[in-house]
Ligand binder design. Structure first.
Ligand code: AMP
Ligand code: ZN
Length: 126
């Protein structure tokens, strides 16, 4: 097992749920994986389709996106584009959500993008 100690980010954080899912130490219902990202179904779905896409690298939140690591964000959007077509929700539409920090409602401090679909979603969020 690898441990990272950087506050802002690093390869692996020993106490992070999503790092443990990436490492296979906590099971998940995987949808897609490559060398940079993992997509898996949310354990507590808010829509008929609700999955998360996370970078394998531990990045805490949107606040920690930098010139050096920002390419992961476009990669995640490309991966989402592929998955939503595979799951047949691309035509009806879907929502991509990133919660950042306390006021944003972030509960897991490893950046992730929610993708919700297969039902009509209300706006604005609460
Ligand atoms: P957020 O509130 O934006 O930080 O989202 C965290 C999400 O992670 C929530 O929707 C949780 O349901 C989800 N979650 C927490 N633990 C797990 C897990 N072990 N497997 C899948 N999803 C999880
Ligand atoms: Zn992590």
């Amino acid at each position: 097992m690898k441990f990272g100690f950087s506050v802002k980010g690093g390869e692996f954080m020993g106490d992070c749920i999503f790092c443990k899912i990436v490492a296979g130490e906590i099971p998940s219902k995987k949808i897609y994986e490559d060398d940079k990202v993992l997509a898996f179904y949310d354990i507590s779905p808010e829509a008929p389709v609700h999955f998360l896409v996370v970078p394998k690298e531990h990045i805490v939140s949107a606040n920690d996106i930098t010139e050096e690591n920002c390419s992961i964000v476009s990669h995640i959007f490309l991966v989402i584009n592929k998955i939503v077509r595979d799951l047949n929700i691309s035509e009806n539409g879907y929502r991509i959500v990133n919660n950042c920090g306390t006021d944003g409602g972030q509960t897991v401090n490893h950046i992730h993008f929610h993708v919700l679909g297969a039902r009509e979603l209300k706006w604005p969020p609460g």
